[in-house]
Design a protein. Structure first.
Length: 161
């Protein structure tokens, strides 16, 4: 039986910029994010600025990013954003670590971390319907498909209520 990777999450720091830029410019990673294209330098800078601002977590629009590490090496990114109806979580896994259970371990850690940071909130994840692997990761962790809108499927964690 395969062993689940030992993943930890830590707050995103400015020193993680190069790792994030590598993910954001890798078409394999971004094909299910936004318009499906690699991110332009200005978009990367805009998102980094927001990620490092650390608005109060009770404020709508507050963002927290976390680096997922395995053996002290970055393997992915978890993003969280507070909206009126809860906190949306997302995750990007470095392609070198695909197929090893990293995404599932990241979501497991993200659920705990987001609830710790934001308090008892409704957890939401939006997934491109073509990204079946991501949908499976969420479903296996208690997320249910709630709706489809604007070309994305919206999943909600049932147990977090």
């Amino acid at each position: 039986m395969p062993v689940s990777p030992s993943i930890t999450l830590r707050p995103f720091q400015e020193t993680d910029t190069d790792f994030f830029t590598g993910l954001a410019t890798d078409e394999r990673v971004t094909r299910f994010v936004g318009d499906g294209l690699s991110w332009a330098p200005q978009l990367i800078q805009d998102r980094l600025r927001v990620a490092l601002q650390h608005e109060p977590v009770r404020q709508v629009g507050a963002v927290r990013w976390f680096i997922a590490e395995e053996a002290s090496e970055p393997v992915g990114l978890v993003v969280s954003t507070r909206w009126e109806g809860g906190v949306e979580v997302g995750y990007w896994v470095s392609p070198e670590h695909w197929g090893r259970g990293v995404a599932g371990a990241m979501v497991d850690r993200a659920v705990a971390m987001v609830l710790e940071v934001y308090g008892q909130v409704r957890l939401i994840a939006r997934v491109d319907p073509a990204n079946a692997a991501s949908a499976r990761v969420l479903i296996r962790r208690g997320f249910d498909l709630e709706s489809s809108q604007d070309g994305l499927d919206r999943y909600v964690l049932v147990q977090a209520q």
